[in-house]
Design a protein around this ligand. Structure first.
Ligand SMILES: [Zn+2]
Length: 229
């Protein structure tokens, strides 16, 4: 009886993925861990795993990017100062929204942004204001520097992080992290929804509640750690 249990458990653990991997059983791409990430599909349990895979597989990352509305140009790999090499990066020109300026992003960060905009940011804007965000104001993505006063390289050093300062809605209304985070109005509600939604797409999301250094922006990154504050 016990042996039958283990046989069944092992079959489930290793057999089911093998059957999917070899294509003997067709599952929807969203539920196939080896299928490219499709940004249009709502995130599910496999999305985090698929995002992490993009790091090692530039081809897969490009496929994921091309499933999004992002307009971007490829950027050649660079070898700058120690710890600041940028690999398989893109320059993001625009998405469904316009940006205050184009920005350099690791492919993985760009894909995470696309997921965030489609499934987090715009649904939050429609829910709170009844209209979409038209423009995202950011403070930059790439900077060859360490975290605060530490010896550790920031995710910004490899263009793996983006700092967002605010949003402009379709009707021109402006929402700023610095001005509206602490308030009680619709803007504050919206900013909190956006922060929570960002946690679903990015590995790290840090806002004003984290520390004073983040009082005026949301820091979003695709590093190894996981943190949502
Ligand atoms: Zn940052």
């Amino acid at each position: 009886m016990l042996r039958a249990f283990w046989v069944l458990a092992l079959l489930t653990l290793f057999g089911a993925p093998l059957v999917v991997y070899r294509g003997w059983l067709l599952v929807p791409p969203a539920w196939n861990p080896w299928a490219p990430l499709d940004v249009r599909q709502p995130p599910n349990l496999l999305t985090g795993y698929k995002l992490m895979r993009l790091q090692q597989e530039p081809e897969l990352c490009r496929l994921a990017l091309d499933s999004s509305v992002l307009r971007y140009t490829a950027v050649a790999n660079s070898e700058s100062a120690a710890g600041c090499a940028v690999e398989s990066a893109v320059r993001v020109q625009r998405a469904g929204v316009q940006f205050s300026s184009s920005f350099l992003a690791s492919c993985k960060l760009a894909v995470a942004y696309a997921l965030f905009e489609e499934h987090g940011l715009q649904p939050a804007a429609r829910k709170v204001f009844g209209q979409p965000v038209a423009r995202v104001d950011h403070l930059g993505s790439f900077a060859c520097r360490n975290i605060g006063n530490s010896q550790r390289r920031s995710q910004h050093a490899t263009a793996n992080a983006l700092d967002i300062a605010g949003f402009r809605l379709q009707d021109g209304r402006r929402i700023s992290v610095a001005r509206h985070w602490a308030g009680e109005g619709a803007e504050a509600l919206f900013l909190r929804e956006v922060r929570d939604a960002a946690c679903d797409s990015f590995r790290v999301t840090l806002g004003p509640e984290y520390n004073a250094a983040h009082r005026d922006h949301l820091h979003l990154d695709m590093g190894l750690f996981r943190l949502c504050r």
